[in-house]
Design a protein around this ligand. Structure first.
Ligand code: CU
Length: 313
């Protein structure tokens, strides 16, 4: 019996040693991979940076609780095991620990609430925006209308451009797989952009993690949020409220450009080279919902390839 035990111990040591060695070799690769593939997107607004940091603070609190609770649990199981001859205690209640395990979680939750409140308040402060853009969720695309500020009057639809062949695995997938659109939302850097968010059919959610924005878009309601990007670039997100068959195929792309590039874009857009106007949609969306639905279906059919139309039917 003792020999078997010693053998198991030996193999366990070899096995865990092997894992440690393998781990130390793969760790640098894994760390990079974890950061680029599995971490949150790099934040580019002050608010998103706050949220990013807060995420790690909360994760640390969770970790401390996890280690504390499981540490006590596993220690108790090990130190008071049956083979040592421990007898179960027979007390029925203990007011001190009951008070503690009520009070401590309560204080932790209230503390987290107090810590997070300023960021939540800041997310709702949409005053003094330089630019106001209306975002409308459709099954399954986004509509953008520039309501106020430079570019006022511009409106367009933004639809997924990933070829259907990639979705059904008969073409190789690109890096932008399911995150590429025909018309990204274009905004100037370092300007406060207010987004008023609504939907035309079912509930969607407009979410761009790098900008620190996530807001449900609800038919019949207008919700707003804001961002002020500090870095130019393209930032992507996805509809984040299950909205039907193509929920996974209505990504969001925001292109943050310099003020000059933005003015140029506004100029070309206002001269009228946009391909997918939504003015016909927005005009009758409040009065005649049925015809709007038909319009959306019409646009969708026009933009789909033949194989996709098959699928729609
Ligand atoms: Cu959606």
């Amino acid at each position: 019996m003792l020999a078997v035990k010693r053998n198991i111990t030996k193999w366990f040591t070899v096995f865990s040693g092997g894992i440690l060695v393998a781990w130390s070799f793969t760790l640098p690769v894994l760390a990079n991979d974890l950061n680029t593939r599995y971490n949150l997107r790099e934040p580019v607004t002050a608010l998103a940076k706050d949220l990013y940091f807060m995420h790690y603070v909360l994760l640390a609190i969770c970790l401390i609780i996890f280690v504390g609770v499981f540490g006590v649990m596993f220690y108790s199981m090990y130190a008071h095991r049956k083979s040592k001859g421990h007898q179960p205690a027979d007390f029925s209640d203990n007011h001190t620990v009951e008070l503690l395990w009520t009070l401590i979680p309560f204080l932790v939750v209230v503390g987290i609430g107090i810590y997070a409140t300023p960021a939540v308040m800041a997310q709702k402060d949409t005053s003094n925006a330089d630019l106001t853009i209306k975002v409308t969720g459709y099954q399954w695309k986004w509509g953008y209308e520039y309501l106020k500020g430079e570019g006022e009057g511009i409106n367009f639809l933004s639809t997924l451009t990933t070829p259907y062949e990639q979705r059904i695995n008969i073409a190789p997938k690109t890096n932008d797989y399911l995150l590429e659109v025909d018309n990204p939302l274009v905004v100037p850097v370092n300007q406060k952009v207010r987004v008023v968010i609504t939907a035309n059919d079912v509930i969607h959610a407009w979410s761009v993690p790098a900008l620190g924005v996530k807001q449900d878009s609800i038919p019949g309601f207008v919700r707003d949020s804001w961002f002020k990007a500090e870095k130019t670039g393209t930032y992507v997100g996805q509809c984040s409220e299950l909205c039907g068959k193509d929920h996974a195929f209505m990504p969001i792309a925001v292109e943050v450009v310099t003020a000059e590039e933005y003015s140029e874009w506004v100029g070309s857009k206002l001269r009228g080279d946009s391909s997918a106007e939504i003015s016909s949609l927005s005009n009758n969306e409040s009065t005649d919902n049925k015809s709007t639905q038909i319009d959306v279906a019409g646009i969708e059919a026009a933009t789909l390839s033949t194989s996709q139309q098959e699928e729609v039917k």
